[in-house]
Design a protein around this ligand. Sequence first.
Ligand code: ADQ
Length: 471
Amino acid sequence: MECIQPASGLTVALDPIMRATGGVWVAHGSGDADRVSVDARDHVAVPPEEPAYTLRRVWLSRETEERYYYGLANEGLWPLCHIAFHRPVFRLRDWESYREANQAFAEAVLEEAGGGPAFVFIQDYHFGLLPRILKERNPNLSIAQFWHIPWPNRETFRVFPWKEELLDGLLGNDLLGFHLRYHCANFLETVDRGLEAMVDTEHADVWRGGKLTRVRPFPISIDFERHVQEARGVAVAVHTEEWRRELGGVPRFLGIGIDRADYTKGIPDRLWAVDRLLEICPEYRGKLVFLQVAVPSRTRIGEYQRLNQELENITREINSRWASGTWRPVILCHRHLPQTELMALHRLSSFCMVTSLHDGMNLVAKEYVASRTDEDGVLVLSNFTGAARELGSALLVNPFSVDEMADALRRALTMPREERRRRMRALRRVVRENNIYSWAVNVMRAILEVEQPFCASYERERDTLAMAAGL
Ligand code: ADQ
């Protein structure tokens, strides 16, 4: 039996918080050993070697998972919210499964809370209906939700067939968080035009049926200090040597891209930008290698299978155009790598490309910066990531323009050491200061501000949370 941390920004961000609070994480049991690892209450303590919190498993049928998770959430809401020129797909049966799955999670949460007051922190766009169900069944719960992806403008959202039900579901929250103020503003406007509710734009509050929902921005981040410590550790040094060997010695210039293989991440255009660079700057031929790590994701969805095929085709085309001797300009790697191995790649590279067409935040950008304890390396970052709002010292690019990205690569490769250091220092300062703990503290502070009628067990819960957050 193996315990694997998936390649997902959400889990990377939340694991340290769960460790600090020692709470219960209610999650779908999708692994093939999940059923044998739980106790009679569907609980399993994690991490196995040093348990710090509890996973409460929720079981979904294969069909519900297919329709609610792959269908409604990932073929409907994901493209709808990212506006990445992929038409969302809406099927009534998917929506029904989404309802069903939200209900199943509600039962588990209500059981864990045992009728008393508790703090419930819901993650992401898979649970738009959950807050309302919880609030109706147990008004003593303090409920917060974080929406990890963008919220589109109201015009875009209008095409969602069950918009009123979804918006009403989300307004069951006491607190609703997005990465950016811009996403909050989009949400408020969507509610204002789409639902009977009073929207106080100035304070970013919504009143519906006498109930208040606060809508706030919380730009998510990473565990900077832990990342830095690991980046300096032995495992990273070992992986660095392994990669040196695998690459046949480090090329004169190594560029990297690290993503879940997702059409919102802008990987094809990024590869074409490398191609364009080789075309306009012949001096990099034979010297530059671009390593794209694209871990397969959501492969049950046709769009994602097509993307993997497209990446193979583009890589083959670019390589056949430029290869000479043993040199190939593009290496495509589909492996899921441990964080320490990703850190080794961060540290070996001259530049890292994060060129999402649209991204709520993007943690890869922050991880790259945290790994560069040597204050070197250049981050080429899409203007359309949430991270771009904080990481202004990166080379910001329009990911829809291959020429602009090629030009940014040329700048990155010719940037004097002093400028690289200056920029990287500024980037590191931002990520050090706004780390995952300050994100969590800000969320918790906001949820603690939600007023609840006095109740001794609520006060106890409140104190535990405040202590975990160091408030
Ligand atoms: P994601 O779309 O998953 O997250 P991102 O924030 O970039 O995107 O996080 C990806 C995570 O997976 C990173 O921690 C990265 O290191 C890891 N990863 C990528 N490739 C990997 C590989 N080959 N092997 C192992 N790990 C790999 C969603 C939103 C984002 C938002 C996060 C957090 O789409 O916008 O930043 O949630 O809120």
